[in-house]
Design a protein around this ligand. Structure first.
Ligand code: PAF
Length: 281
């Protein structure tokens, strides 16, 4: 059953609302423009915690200079309706000034884990993510925090930061939610035109084909990377940026898959960059 959702903007309002919540608190941090993937996190938090706090903040420090901060989609009215229906009771929508006041100069940086994959393609991205997530953790003081498996490296970085900085918070990583044709849900899917949207299902097809090969006993990481690449390269509108088959925890590239692995990719359709992944083993 949905309950009424309260919106707070300032840090002071957040603190006072947070202090009035007894029992366990689950935090679902978001950048808004919510879809079923985010809502699945809220529902999981609802099932596991006494209260669900969410945040909507398009965090400027995790966007590179050539990225889409200004045109990042926003729809706060629809977001609050979805959050309320999913059972969130508090949404924090801070301003940029609230989170990064003048003379802001303290950053949280996870070192090794942020070097490969998304970190290599998007310099500074994870510094922005870990800094804002640390600020959200400090302000909300949740018992559990919920993230999606779609941003697999982000989840690994946040797990590492939580351990390293001794946050008493359980990080819960929830499965990727997909459209009926297999495309992983993402706010960025709205940038695709209809031809690109159709073409983008090649990502799921490519990952599925590699997983089949893995399930049939193929443990050669390079051969799985090649399967993914070759399927995607058949699609004229797709431009592969990377395909990786790496250790699930450390994200170092594997030769042989002899432990839990992350098969992941980043692919451009026009100017839109999509990521996706499967866990193997
Ligand atoms: O995954 C996201 O939406 C963002 O990176 C997060 C975790 C809300 C931090 O801005």
């Amino acid at each position: 059953m949905s309950q009424s959702l309260r919106t707070v903007v300032t840090m002071e309002e957040l603190f006072s609302a947070r202090n009035s919540l007894p029992g366990t608190v689950g935090l679902v941090p978001t950048m808004g423009y919510l879809h079923e993937g985010h809502i699945s996190l809220v529902r999981r938090a609802r099932a596991e915690c006494d209260h669900v706090v969410t945040s909507i903040f398009v965090n400027p420090t995790q966007f590179g200079p050539a990225e889409d901060l200004e045109k990042y989609p926003r729809d706060i009215e629809n977001d609050t309706r979805l959050l309320e229906n999913a059972g969130a009771e508090l949404v924090w929508t801070p301003t940029v000034k609230e989170m990064y006041p003048d003379n802001f100069q303290t950053w949280v940086e996870v070192e090794k884990l942020t070097k490969p994959l998304e970190g290599a393609m998007r310099p500074g991205h994870f510094r922005g993510v870990s800094t804002i997530v640390a600020k959200l953790f400090n302000a909300v003081r949740p018992d559990k925090a919920y993230f999606g498996q779609k941003d697999a490296q982000q989840a690994a970085v946040i797990r590492q930061m939580t351990r390293d900085l001794n946050y008493p918070i359980e990080i819960v990583v929830c499965p990727i939610i997909r459209e009926p044709d297999g495309l992983a849900m993402s706010s960025r899917n709205t940038y695709l035109d209809s031809k690109q949207r159709q073409a983008a299902i090649v990502l799921f097809r490519a990952l599925t084909q590699a997983r089949k090969s893995f399930e049939n006993g193929n443990r050669d990481a390079e051969s799985l990377r090649k399967i993914v690449k070759s399927v995607i390269e058949e699609e004229a509108l797709a431009q592969v940026q990377y395909v990786s088959c790496a250790d699930y925890d450390t994200l170092t590239e594997l030769d042989t898959i002899n432990r839990k692995a992350l098969l992941s990719l980043a692919v451009y359709f026009g100017k839109t960059r999509l990521i996706d992944n499967f866990i193997l083993g």
